[in-house]
Design a protein around this ligand. Structure first.
Ligand SMILES: C[S@@+](CC[C@H](N)C(=O)[O-])C[C@H]1O[C@@H](n2cnc3c(N)ncnc32)[C@H](O)[C@@H]1O
Length: 211
């Protein structure tokens, strides 16, 4: 089915947001931030669709968004909680910010006690789940993500003076680029998530060759 056409010409206010540069909103082990300089010269000069099958903190994706003309994105990871958090940032960022404000206020009163209180919670709603993941990610030991066999998050409290539980501007900026790139967010193993990638790349090449 043909997707509805979206006018993606940049408005001045969008340019400002993009120039500010959305950054990863989660600390994620193995993030490619430090390696970007070495990776960048392997990237193609142009492309119209980007597949990221190991999304994690999304360092490569955010860097591409800043540097390349508009493209569509398929962002996937087999971590369902992680993908849920991106989906919520994309579609429900204001509600998410509201819940993070509550986490931040409670944390400032009794940091460690509140951390373990949230760690024990099993929220039902997707926005609450995303807020919990972001909160735990910013306040746990080393920003680790680790669950036990029952799928329970079990990283201990991290001792930080002033963790960045809420960065409103960045979350809004991330939300904007997820919409702007029409990001399709998929929970899947990398093999399933990239099945149609070679087809997409070859059709893009054919399109450019025939122009
Ligand atoms: C090092 S992080 C990715 C870093 C990211 N690409 C960046 O730009 O910073 C690795 C991610 O791959 C995911 N992952 C590991 N094995 C996977 C698999 N078989 N299929 C899909 N995702 C996988 C993990 O859940 C984790 O979020």
């Amino acid at each position: 089915m043909q997707e509805p056409r979206v006018d993606r010409s940049l408005q001045p206010e969008e340019l400002t947001q993009r120039d500010r540069g959305p950054k990863p909103f989660l600390k994620w082990a193995g993030g490619k931030n430090q390696m970007l300089k070495n990776l960048e010269h392997h990237f193609p000069r142009r492309f119209s669709k980007y597949y990221e099958p190991f999304l994690g903190g999304g360092a490569v994706f955010f860097s591409l968004v800043e540097k390349y003309p508009p493209f569509d994105a398929v962002l996937s990871d087999f971590n369902e909680e992680l993908i849920n958090s991106y989906q919520v940032v994309k579609t429900n960022v204001e509600e998410l910010i509201g819940i993070l404000k509550v986490h931040k206020a409670n944390y400032s009163r009794r940091a460690e006690k509140y951390y373990y209180h949230v760690r024990k919670q099993r929220p039902f709603g997707s926005v609450e789940k995303a807020a919990r993941l972001i909160f735990l990610n910013k306040t746990c030991y080393n920003g680790l993500y680790r669950v036990n066999q029952k799928g329970e998050f079990n990283v201990p409290f991290g001792t930080y003076g002033n963790p960045r539980i809420l960065d409103e501007m960045n979350l809004r900026s991330v939300s904007e680029v997820l919409n702007y790139t029409r990001a399709r967010l998929v929970t899947a193993d990398y093999e399933d998530a990239t099945k149609d990638a070679s087809k997409a790349i070859s059709s893009t090449l054919t399109h450019h060759i025939n122009r």
